[in-house]
Design a protein. Sequence first.
Length: 282
Amino acid sequence: MTRWSVMINIGLAMRNAPNAKSVSTKMFKRLGEGVTTDQVVKQIRELIESGELRPGDRLPSERTLADRLGISRPSVRTGLRILSAMGVLQSRHGSGTFMSSGPPAESQLLRLLAALHGFSADAMFEARRILEVSLAGLAAERATDEHLAMMAEAVADTYASLDDPKSYLVYDMQFHRAVAVASGNPIVATLMDMVTAALYEMKVQTIEHATHLEESAAMHRKIYQAIRAGKADAARAAMTTHLELAQRDFASEEAAEKDGSHADKNDVPRRASRLPKKDARH
Ligand SMILES: [Zn+2]
């Protein structure tokens, strides 16, 4: 495993809890013939709401679930796929299907919507500013020592990867995720995670053209220092400046990418980012 993928895994907040508990099959009620995939999703949701399924729990096998629910394996599989795409479940090759134990960074939902509706990078950056400026302010009020340590480590990692833009991008995301976690609001943090994951798909294609990584890393440090000092206004201001620069940088990276490689490749994100003015007005 590369350091990069190791860090992604760590960044996704203990999603692969080693001591995941396998749940009892008794909790699954028989659905019987003629059920739709929706009902599989509904039953899982009810089990989550009642606390019987918890983050990190391991689900019974597809076959066991099919027997237990009294429906076909394809119906079970489709239901599980839908939940995986939402980021509620996570299937791990060879070890089974688990309840997600962290925010749905792997959620396909916003990515799919972005592809479908052509969400622009500008609209995504605007969403990030709306969410992350507030998150930075909250983090300044609520961050624990542990949160500060996570941020400090991510800042150090961004500095250490200035000559490796793809790694930089991963540590950059980790820094923002650490700020989000430190805010103490898991709902806003989750929304941020979804936007960031969708934007990452675009960024990873252009990041090799990045020219301001050092400046960006310095801004992370400034945000971190403001949060550590408990200065909410300064943290919000620093985050605003940072995300404005990130948006400008992305636009120039994208332009450089277009100049460098006309046509071919996967041009979906580029098309998506050209479309959008109408989305930005919603
Ligand atoms: Zn950043």
